[in-house]
Design a binder for this molecule. Structure first.
Ligand code: AMP
Length: 542
């Protein structure tokens, strides 16, 4: 017997329809490339998203064809999010921080037809357009008078001219909820980047999960600042979750420095912000220099790489901001786990609570996870056993675009490439990426644990731990550290700082100070580049 409920597909267009009907006046505030602050709302965004859809019809774009963006977080990008996917085309967010050759490779692989871009990225577009073989139309996110006269870019037009010429009426198509809605390529630290293709169904289900109280707890009372880019995993799904709940959205545009972010948080009374640790590092350092306080910020979700406990403590103890430590992947839309406390933790003292908060959190409904040993046997959830982390669920990928790299699944589970423990309460702790874990004398050392201790030193701004070949122990950890501006610490002082904080054999053999640690396009430390930089390095003799 079948249920007798209506068979309504889960579609991205229904999110913006809902926001327009129920939260038309909820604000969408953007710092623009033009430098000013722009104010819009869901009513206007919905109207312009329909104009985008009409414009794509006028350009002759078929359902399923790809519309790429090379853009910051802002209202025009948001209009494209809903207009492109809502009308049945696939929004392909390109990462402008990648090397131009990689952008060309990705755009050609995805067979993008249209490229919409912020004027900041005009130099990139000028450099790549002749090699992007499938792109027919270039659309600059600007007014007609800002268009360069002699760019040499074929079929270049202004977004404002294109969109304003279109009627505001558009009937969203009744798509199959499993149709592709958007795509994003993985950072591709090894081999070519691989395309992850989200569907309307996976996106809407992920948005429901995202808004849940024990996940990101997004509501109509929030003012949400996604510092995480809309060009990487859809800003962690926030544009969809905010439309679903009617939350105000605040977009930072190109200005990600501590001062600009702080001013935006205060001016727009942001209650919830999302970002990677490297961005929050800049904000905290700005706050510290000016002895500033937050008047509205209540919580922040931090993920993308491990949130150092020192950062968690600074937000929590100094500024009274709750940190939600989260783990996820491009392949998971991206949310996998978020760290929120359970009832049983509320009676704990602050330092005990902190021991829970530093973990990457517990799974939400919709994400099934397990850890396995090298033979694939499931390991216990005892907080000690660590193994390869496998996940499955309706917003976890089943295959990469064009089946690149073969199947990423084992018995229906996606192999994340992360190594983790899971405790009896279901809290996941990421030990490492499989390829970053340090094997020393038959034991494993978590590079994240070592980095967290290093970064707790008051003179250290950033630290990366990598394994170096050792004749006896196989590998030994070395800490590469960046000092805070004006701060001093010697190699021996930093090594002494580890005493008593971890097992002796897990203390690094050496510290190397550098001016900067190379960061990838999504703000993660690039350990492969560090290893190349240290190719001639010799461990100190013991
Ligand atoms: P990406 O697909 O670029 O978002 O990268 C996903 C990878 O980032 C994961 O597989 C993890 O290795 C890493 N990652 C994401 N969040 C965290 C976190 N909170 N702690 C440690 N690693 C993380």
């Amino acid at each position: 017997m079948l249920g007798l409920m209506q068979d309504q597909p889960l579609l991205i267009s229904s999110l913006i329809d809902f926001a327009q009907r129920h939260h038309a006046d909820a604000e969408i505030v953007s710092r623009r490339v033009e430098g000013d602050i722009h104010r819009s709302n869901y009513g206007l965004i919905a109207q312009r998203a329909r104009q985008v859809a009409n414009a794509l019809d006028a350009l002759g774009l078929q359902a399923g064809e790809r519309v790429a963006t090379l853009a910051w977080n802002g209202y025009r990008h948001l209009e494209a999010y809903f207009g492109v996917s809502g009308s049945g085309r696939v929004l392909h967010t390109l990462n402008p921080r990648l090397h131009p050759d990689q952008i060309v490779w990705i755009a050609n692989h995805a067979e993008d037809q249209v490229l919409c871009f912020d004027m900041t990225f005009l130099p990139i577009v000028k450099a790549i357009h002749s090699r992007c073989s499938t792109i027919q139309h270039y659309v600059a996110f600007c007014d007609a008078d800002k268009l360069p006269a002699d760019s040499g870019i074929p079929n270049l037009q202004s977004y404002e001219t294109l969109v304003r010429a279109q009627p505001a009426h558009y009937k969203w198509p009744a798509l199959d909820e499993n149709a592709a809605s958007s795509m994003c390529y993985t950072s591709g630290t090894t081999g070519h980047p691989k395309g992850v293709v989200y569907s309307h169904r996976s996106t809407v289900l992920h948005a429901f999960a995202c808004a849940m109280p024990d996940v990101l707890n997004v509501s109509a009372r929030d003012s949400v600042l996604p510092v995480v880019p809309m060009f990487h995993v859809n800003a962690w799904g926030l544009p969809y979750a905010c439309a679903m709940t009617g939350a105000k959205m605040v977009f930072p545009g190109p200005a990600m420095d501590g001062k600009s972010i702080y001013e935006l948080i205060e001016a727009e009374q942001v209650s919830f912000a999302a970002g990677v640790p490297t961005v929050w590092q800049m904000l905290l350092s700005h706050m510290g220099q000016g002895a500033l306080r937050f008047s509205s910020l209540k919580r922040t979700v931090i993920g993308g790489s491990a949130c150092p406990p020192a950062m968690l403590a600074a937000f929590n103890d100094v500024y009274g901001v709750e940190v939600l430590h989260a783990w996820g992947m491009t392949e998971m839309s991206p949310l996998g786990t978020v760290c929120t406390l359970k009832n049983k933790h509320l009676a704990l003292d602050e330092s005990e609570k902190m021991q829970v908060r530093v973990k990457q959190g517990r799974g939400m409904f919709g994400v099934d996870m397990k850890i396995v040993d090298e033979d694939g046997a499931e390991l216990p959830w005892d907080g000690k056993a660590f193994g390869d982390l496998l996940v499955r669920g309706p917003w976890v990928l089943s295959a990469y675009f064009k089946n690149e790299g073969g199947t990423p699944l084992v018995d229906g589970w996606f192999v994340t490439g992360d190594v983790a423990t899971i405790d009896p309460d279901g809290y996941l702790q990421i030990t490492d990426r499989t390829k970053d874990v340090i094997k020393s004398g038959g034991e494993w050392i978590s590079s994240i644990d070592v980095e967290n201790i290093g970064m707790a030193h008051p003179a250290v701004a950033m630290a990366a731990c990598i394994g170096m070949k050792h004749p006896k122990w196989d590998e030994r950890p070395v800490l590469v550290a960046v000092k805070k501006p004006g701060a001093e610490v010697s190699r021996d002082e930093l090594l002494a700082f580890f005493e008593g904080k971890t097992a002796k054999w897990q203390i690094p053999d050496d510290v190397i100070f550098v001016d900067a640690i190379p960061l990838g396009g999504t703000g993660k430390m690039q350990k492969t580049k560090l290893r190349d930089m240290l190719a001639n390095y010799q461990l100190p003799a013991h």
